[in-house]
Design a protein around this ligand. Structure first.
Ligand code: ZN
Length: 139
């Protein structure tokens, strides 16, 4: 069995368990996967998440009712072009900006749950966005 992080078209995220990836694809195709909150069968898989910090929230993406995977791709493109990749230093860099040690800029990177807790406690705002086309590491 594998667990997938899933999200419906209305933005509810939930976890789904499947025999394997094929089972997920088959059930998705037959609209057998429904959101437990709103019962929507427009479901997209969230392969993984990473954290970004921006001085300009990505408002333009929230207005569209497009396929979630499509939006994810657009965000990925946008982030890739406009955000500095700081990798696992995300929390450190975000805190430096928060305290004015470095100039505020758009950064992206990965953070641990613990680091995210610290950022939240320090009042640092950041976003987590789904990243499409990440190699499948479930197997
Ligand atoms: Zn829903």
């Amino acid at each position: 069995m594998i667990a997938y992080d899933l999200q419906c078209i209305n933005g509810h995220s939930f976890e789904g368990w499947f025999e394997d990836r094929k089972a997920y694809d088959a059930q998705k195709k037959k609209a057998l996967i429904a959101c437990p909150v709103c019962n929507s069968t427009s479901i997209a898989r969230i392969p993984s998440t990473f954290a970004i910090k921006s001085s300009n929230p990505l408002k333009e993406f929230s207005d569209h009712q497009e396929d979630l995977e499509n939006i994810g791709k657009k965000i990925a493109d946008f982030v890739e072009k406009n955000f500095d990749d700081v990798g696992s230093n995300f929390a450190k860099e975000a805190l430096k900006m928060h305290y004015g040690v470095t100039k505020t800029r758009n950064i992206r990177g990965v953070s641990t749950k613990e680091e995210e807790k610290t950022l939240t406690e320090e009042g640092v705002q950041f976003f987590k966005v789904p990243m499409p086309e990440v190699p499948d590491t479930d197997a």
